[in-house]
Design a protein around this ligand. Structure first.
Ligand SMILES: NC(=O)c1ccc[n+]([C@@H]2O[C@H](COP(=O)([O-])OP(=O)(O)OC[C@H]3O[C@@H](n4cnc5c(N)ncnc54)[C@H](OP(=O)(O)O)[C@@H]3O)[C@@H](O)[C@H]2O)c1
Length: 280
């Protein structure tokens, strides 16, 4: 039997703990303030931002939203970010990605000071993570770690394969696992024999952005499989793992939806709270 990891329930618990910390530590007008910055009207981005703003309000934090027109220039967006960076009433800044074409995303992300970088995506935050120094970590890989810890899956000495090496998920995922003394292998699109690599893993984290990439043949019996992928299909949301094939082979599996996904916003809130606690 494969245990299905209930990310929704773990995320709900985390959000409840955050709400309790916020209300016990801050008066409402002084609660941590999270600024979401949305450029343009991409429907998917607008939906993501709306759900983040709702989550911010639900835990009693201050929702500080900025919406810029789709034709906002690099300099205009940069000035908004600089203003938020300097504003002491703003604890966290989130620049919703992707941005409209033609903008230098990396340069804009790096206008966010590491102390307010609740997405953990700036060059400084990546450096702090690589060095194992205190800092805000990317939300999705942190959420995967929280789920593994909540499930009591031992990481020390475990053979972990991460499929994907993006700045957003794969690379920080590998760093976080390494810090917990896992033996980490990173696979990517140039990996020669993906099946041989993944089928050796005690824990397999899949963040390839390729629907159904991982099937039964890729998974060792008794492995823990964390599916980060999210794709819209005719049948609804699907992941990078063919869940129906892996059921009965893996010891544990995160479903899509309801696995890793719900953890991302919960960790964002946790990062906003930490940012406030560390900076005040
Ligand atoms: N649950 C959440 O909250 C959440 C958050 C973020 C992302 N996601 C989802 O997670 C997935 C990955 O996101 P991302 O931003 O990391 O994607 P990404 O930037 O597109 O990176 C994908 C990575 O997977 C590798 N890859 C692609 N196809 C592969 C294949 N056939 N075999 C082996 N490796 C392959 C790529 O290798 P190369 O480097 O060689 O190109 C790349 O490193 C997406 O489905 C995304 O929607 C979910």
């Amino acid at each position: 039997m494969t245990r299905i990891i209930d990310g929704k329930s773990v995320a709900r618990g985390l959000r409840k703990r955050i709400a309790e910390e916020v209300t016990s530590q801050y008066r409402p007008e002084e609660a941590p303030g999270l600024a979401t910055v949305l450029v343009g009207d991409d429907p998917a981005s607008a939906t993501y931002v709306a759900s983040k703003r709702r989550a911010v309000a639900e835990v009693g934090m201050r929702d500080l939203h900025r919406h810029l027109e789709a034709d906002a220039s690099q300099e205009e967006i940069g000035e908004v970010l600089d203003g938020l960076a300097e504003d002491p009433s703003v604890d966290g800044i989130l620049l919703q990605l992707p941005l409209p074409p033609g903008l230098d995303i990396a340069a804009l992300v790096d206008r966010i000071p590491a102390s307010k970088d609740v997405d953990g995506l700036t060059t400084t935050s990546a450096g702090l993570l690589a060095r194992g120094l205190r800092g805000l970590r990317p939300c999705t890989p942190s959420g995967v770690i929280s789920l593994l810890e909540e499930e009591g899956v031992p990481l020390e000495g475990a053979g972990v394969v991460v499929v994907g090496r993006s700045e957003l998920v794969g690379k920080p995922m590998a760093q976080l696992l390494l810090q917990r003394n896992a033996t980490v292998t990173i696979a990517h699109s140039r990996t020669r024999d993906l099946e041989a690599v993944t089928s050796a893993a005690d824990i397999l984290v899949v963040a390839a952005g390729a629907p159904g990439l991982i099937g039964r043949e890729h998974v060792k019996r008794g492995a823990v499989v964390m599916d980060v992928g999210i794709h819209r299909a005719d049948t609804g949301l699907v992941g990078d793992v063919r869940a129906d094939e892996v059921l009965g082979v893996a010891e544990r599996l995160t479903p899509v939806p309801g696995g890793v996904g719900p953890m991302t916003i919960a960790v964002l809130l946790e990062n906003a709270l930490r940012a406030a606690q560390w900076s005040r």
